[in-house]
Design a protein around this ligand. Structure first.
Ligand SMILES: Nc1ncnc2c1ncn2[C@@H]1O[C@H](COP(=O)(O)OP(=O)(O)O)[C@@H](O)[C@H]1O
Ligand SMILES: CC(C)(COP(=O)(O)O)[C@@H](O)C(=O)NCCC(=O)O
Length: 319
């Protein structure tokens, strides 16, 4: 029998190296046919097919176990209440730093999960849409705090999640554009209509300081999650990926007169890199250290990336 010593630092996570994780592929790989493979290639993401097979297929298999358990629980609970309650979406949260690859991970996971044998409808929302519009951020004098907890309309985000988990059939939510650097007008909202799985991606999804501002309410975004993933990388890699993304935006989107950054399109490579490093050091890095990184052990699973975004290790909460 193992005895508890209060000097020991126990971890409730299994640490699984990439070499071992990739072999946990299980039955899922057998269900990928040529058509499905084509749809994965058509995703046109920077990820290699090897990364999808070695990291995302096992992840999808593990999530399928949780999904099946969720459905069994639903059926048993219905029978307990002698009532047929609605099927409610299984919600997966994805957290991590700016530029760690949350959106990319979320898009790939959305597609891979939709290939599961039950062919679930998988929707994806990003919490950027719940940022206050620039106009409000300017009024509150917090435009330089974009991404910090106070820059989000926490009440709107929590009301949305609450509606999803109450079975509301059709919900419109705001959409953020990195090109315009602002929340888009209401006629460009996203409609969420009874998905089987909903992925909610954002830097703030595991935070407990963006609570419902109504007096007496302490409800957090993650209270609505059935599974939470944190994507982790070293600060050095994050800065590199942030600068690279900024650079490729400068070469493409910034040339678009509609882009907020169009004013910077004339910058040369050195000026643009300096500016990206400055934004990182002034805004995104402090936000990472103060508000994002401390939430990582609240996740059920941590994807640890090394260079070139390759996942090196997976930590999974033990059950
Ligand atoms: N697995 C990956 N392999 C290669 N590049 C990636 C990968 N994931 C993300 N990237 C690149 O890294 C940058 C940040 O990714 P993104 O998904 O936009 O991050 P986030 O949503 O966390 O801010 C982008 O330029 C993206 O193309
Ligand atoms: C909108 C964001 C808060 C969210 O980040 P994401 O992880 O989606 O890239 C971030 O991209 C951002 O704009 N941060 C403010 C500083 C900056 O311009 O990078």
């Amino acid at each position: 029998m193992q005895t508890y010593k209060n000097t020991a630092i126990d971890s409730p996570f299994r640490h699984i190296k990439r070499e071992d994780w990739k072999d946990l592929n299980g039955k899922f790989s057998n269900t990928i046919d040529d058509e499905d493979l084509k749809t994965l290639h058509a995703l046109n993401e920077p990820l290699t097919m090897q990364e999808i097979e070695e990291i995302y297929f096992p992840l999808s298999h593990l999530l399928d176990i949780h999904l099946q358990q969720y459905h069994t629980l639903h059926i048993k609970t219905n029978s307990f209440f002698s009532k047929n309650g609605k099927n409610l979406p299984f919600i997966i949260g994805i957290a991590g730093s700016v530029a760690v690859g949350k959106s990319t991970t979320a898009r790939v996971l959305q597609r891979v999960l939709s290939l599961l044998p039950s062919k679930p409808k998988v929707d994806l929302v990003t919490t950027d849409g719940f940022l206050y519009p620039n106009k409000t951020l300017v009024e509150k004098n917090i435009l330089n705090r974009k991404g910090f907890p106070e820059s989000y309309d926490a009440k709107k985000l929590l009301n949305f999640l609450s509606a999803v988990k109450s079975g509301v059939e059709k919900i419109s939510i705001p959409v953020y554009s990195h090109l315009v650097y602002d929340v888009l007008p209401e006629d460009q909202q996203q409609v969420i209509e009874q998905p089987d799985i909903l992925i909610v991606e954002g830097i703030n999804v595991l935070q407990v300081n963006s609570q419902h501002p109504r007096k007496g309410h302490s409800v957090f975004v993650s209270d609505f999650f059935d599974y939470a993933i944190y994507v982790h990388a070293s600060e050095k890699n994050l800065l590199e990926w942030y600068v690279n993304r900024f650079e490729s935006l400068r070469a493409t989107a910034f040339q678009d007169p509609q882009s907020y950054f169009h004013r910077y399109a004339h910058m040369n490579a050195k000026e643009s890199v300096d500016m990206a490093i400055n934004i990182w050091n002034e805004i995104n890095k402090p936000n990472l250290l103060e508000n994002i990184l401390p939430t990582r052990y609240r996740a059920d699973l941590i994807l640890e990336k090394g260079s070139h975004h390759f996942v090196q290790k997976v930590k999974v909460r033990m059950i």
